[in-house]
Ligand binder design. Structure first.
Ligand SMILES: [Zn+2]
Ligand SMILES: [Zn+2]
Length: 359
């Protein structure tokens, strides 16, 4: 193939972006070439861009990608992981980590921690000249990538976050094992928190609280299924409170702040469960009183990324529920690849939950 492709290369937190054009690299054994239809800018992209997380450069960032199949190598998978046939022109999403299937973690239900894994949108531009990130017109999928076909009813801007935010929340909800009539608290109402509100809403909780400092986001949380949304530190547990006298059965921490985790420990009930999802960049240690964890019989689970089955659940969830919750409205601004710097500035405004690049 000889037609051109283009990528926005990240050279480090204080460097300008480089728009690079190159012929499309021929695909190798087991690979699939996709055209990037949309890539939403994830919070962790912003952490890397600001220097809060380290990246080897130059890199093509962007891992919340929906792509269209252009070419399948003869040895590439012909079915997605849900059993649907894969053909040219299909719209697909895929796991953020291509995993080997053989190492200790792959064999112990943690494929996202594969010791030989490749993480899309996080790696230095490879020597083999093919591109593996979303801030580009094309993305080549490697063997070991778990692919899910996107249903027609899910549009590109709803599909792009499936492979990070939505699937991570699917993993968190699976881990929480929340049952009908439980009380649930979601801390933080960014993309993760809003998605968590919507996901938990479908589990029919007795009450679904959200804690969020920003007023605009609090209003969104109510649209995404929260029964109540309040500011941090305003919720006091009291035996007189008819809604939640003893604390929440399940708390999911999506803000990534130390304050959010401390609120989670304070507001979970004795014997309850906390799922930590948001803290994905280095921060100061949090002053946790260990005795509280012991006396409250707490279960605390960290969830980072997800398994292939969570990407299937995320896609099914979006297929069934995208008319019930305004996911489309979370991506209010879109930019062409050439305006990558404007797109990043726009994404850094906390009023914008997600911004998309349409290469
Ligand atoms: Zn992400
Ligand atoms: Zn592995």
């Amino acid at each position: 193939m000889s037609s051109d492709s283009q990528a926005a290369l990240f050279h480090g937190p204080n460097s300008t972006w480089e728009l690079r054009s190159a012929p499309i690299a021929p695909i190798c054994d087991g690979q699939i070439l996709t055209r990037v239809l949309a890539c939403t800018i994830c919070g962790s992209d912003l952490h890397t861009i600001c220097g809060r997380r380290h990246a080897h450069t130059p890199a093509i960032l962007g891992h919340e990608i929906v792509g269209q199949i252009i070419e399948l190598s003869p040895t590439a998978p012909r079915y997605d992981i849900a059993g649907n046939p894969l053909e040219r022109n299909d719209r697909i999403v895929w796991t953020v980590v291509a995993n080997c299937g053989q190492c200790f973690f792959c064999q112990h239900d943690l494929p996202q921690k594969c010791q030989n894994g490749y993480k899309y949108g996080h790696q230095q531009v490879s020597q083999d000249s093919s591109w593996h990130g979303g801030f580009a017109t094309h993305c080549t999928l490697l063997p070991g990538t778990q692919i899910v076909k996107v249903p027609d009813r899910v549009d590109d801007l709803e599909a792009a976050p499936l492979s990070c935010a939505t699937a991570t929340i699917a993993a968190a909800v699976r881990t929480a094992n929340t049952i009908e009539h439980d009380s649930v608290l979601v801390i933080g109402a960014g993309m993760l928190g809003l998605t968590a509100c919507a996901f938990f809403k479908t589990c029919s909780p007795r009450i679904l609280f959200c804690i969020e400092p920003d007023e605009h986001r609090r209003r969104l949380a109510l649209q995404f299924g929260a029964s109540h949304c309040v500011t941090p530190n305003s919720l006091q547990l009291s035996p007189d409170d008819s809604l939640c006298p003893i604390g929440f059965d399940t708390v999911i921490e999506c803000s990534g702040t130390n304050a959010g985790t401390l609120e989670a420990i304070r507001l979970v009930r004795t014997g309850g469960r906390i799922i930590l999802v948001g803290a994905v960049f280095p921060a100061d240690p949090a002053p946790i009183v260990i005795e509280q964890l012991v006396r409250k019989h707490l279960t605390i689970c960290g969830v980072h990324n997800y398994q292939a089955k969570d990407l299937i659940s995320a896609t099914e969830f979006m297929h069934k529920n995208n008319h019930k919750f305004p996911f489309k409205r979370l991506v209010e601004h879109t930019f062409p690849l050439e305006r990558i710097e404007d797109a990043i500035l726009c994404a850094q405004n906390p009023q914008n939950i997600r911004v998309a690049i349409l290469p």
